[in-house]
Design a protein around this ligand. Structure first.
Ligand code: PBG
Length: 326
């Protein structure tokens, strides 16, 4: 038995050696911070299952975004909680809708220094909490497409840089691209929630955005988690329909899909580190069972290493400070 000649530990001897050879670094510039804007409240409201993430009245949104920008974050994604829900989700495409107002304010305040993204979906705006129009207990694909077009155009009119369809209706990217182009918004990007799985990890978000389905589940439109080929087909369709960015969601349980997406498509890949993934880290950290900072940095690095160019994460505002503690 001889002592080893190949010694992996040579590479790891000092912090400086480890730093100069580090291949994957998290940077707040590649993070997108989700913002919940609520038409029904006057003061910020906390979300029990998402510690530190507020529901905000319109007049607080600019300050919250400012504080994220001070932490190096250059993009946010808006979700709205309307004062009225109806069958068609009409407050989702109203000129004076809560998200449209927030977009206008943010673009006025920050211009091109901030990339404003907005979620294009119906679930926060319909009485039944589904992502599409419901007829006789079924989610109607093609009728929903026409509403998604209206939502996307109204957000682009308000000034959104990127619209992000998350309804998982077939043909949604193509329909939205056509509607945007017809309305003169050929410069507006589409980030497609392409590989969106029917996941248990959206629970806290549904509390935050009041969008849990009132009957059934989302399995007739969101994907089952046992099939990577189906995810690739979804992404291929969206790429062909004109998506500018492809998203995988959730992130942590789907790192294989992120990796496949990165190797198969030349488009930028986004991964959504969703509410349940955030809540798990927060809850365990509150109990003192894991260290929040190191755990969150490890998981964000894992998502990036798997191939995500952009990570949507509720940790976005903490990263700059955490990195400076290294
Ligand atoms: C709406 C939407 C959801 C999320 C983002 N957009 C909820 C859902 O599909 O039920 C989840 C985000 C998160 O959990 O952080 N379609």
């Amino acid at each position: 038995m001889s002592f080893p000649q190949v010694r992996m530990r040579r590479l790891r001897q000092t912090p400086s050696l480890r730093e100069i050879l580090n291949k994957v670094r998290i940077d707040p510039r590649n993070l997108c911070y989700p913002i919940f804007v609520d038409e029904n409240i006057e003061t910020p409201m906390s979300i029990e299952s998402m510690p530190k993430i507020p529901r905000l009245p319109l007049r607080h949104v600019t300050d919250e975004v400012q504080s994220a920008m001070e932490q190096g974050v250059k993009t946010i994604i808006l979700f709205g909680i309307p004062s009225k829900k109806d069958e068609n989700g009409s407050r989702a495409y109203a000129v004076d809708g809560i998200v449209q107002k927030a977009i206008r304010n943010l673009k006025k305040e920050f211009g091109d220094d901030l990339v404003v993204m907005s979620d294009v979906c119906l679930c926060e705006y319909t009485v039944n909490g589904h992502c599409g129009i419901v007829k006789n207990g079924k989610i109607m694909n093609d009728q929903t497409l026409e509403i998604l077009q209206k939502i996307a155009v109204s957000q682009a009119e308000a000034g959104a840089d990127v619209v992000a369809p998350s309804a998982m209706m077939d043909g949604q990217v193509q329909f939205i691209r056509n509607a945007l182009d017809d309305a003169g918004f050929n410069h507006t990007l589409i980030m497609a929630y392409s590989a969106k799985f029917a996941s248990s990890f959206y629970g806290p978000f549904r509390d935050a955005a009041e969008c849990a389905p009132k009957f059934g589940d989302r399995k007739s439109y969101q994907m089952g988690y046992g099939d990577a080929d189906e995810a690739l087909r979804e992404m291929e369709l969206d790429a062909n329909e004109g998506a500018d960015i492809l998203m995988v969601k959730p992130a942590l349980v789907y790192l294989d899909i992120v990796h496949l997406a990165k190797s198969k498509f030349k488009l930028p890949i986004a991964a959504y580190n969703v509410s349940g993934e955030y809540a798990m880290v927060k809850a365990a950290a509150q109990k003192g069972w894991i260290d929040e900072r190191t755990a969150a940095l490890e998981l964000l690095t894992g998502i990036k290493r798997a191939g995500a160019d952009l990570i949507i994460t509720y940790f976005a505002k903490d990263v700059k400070k955490w990195l400076s503690q290294n």
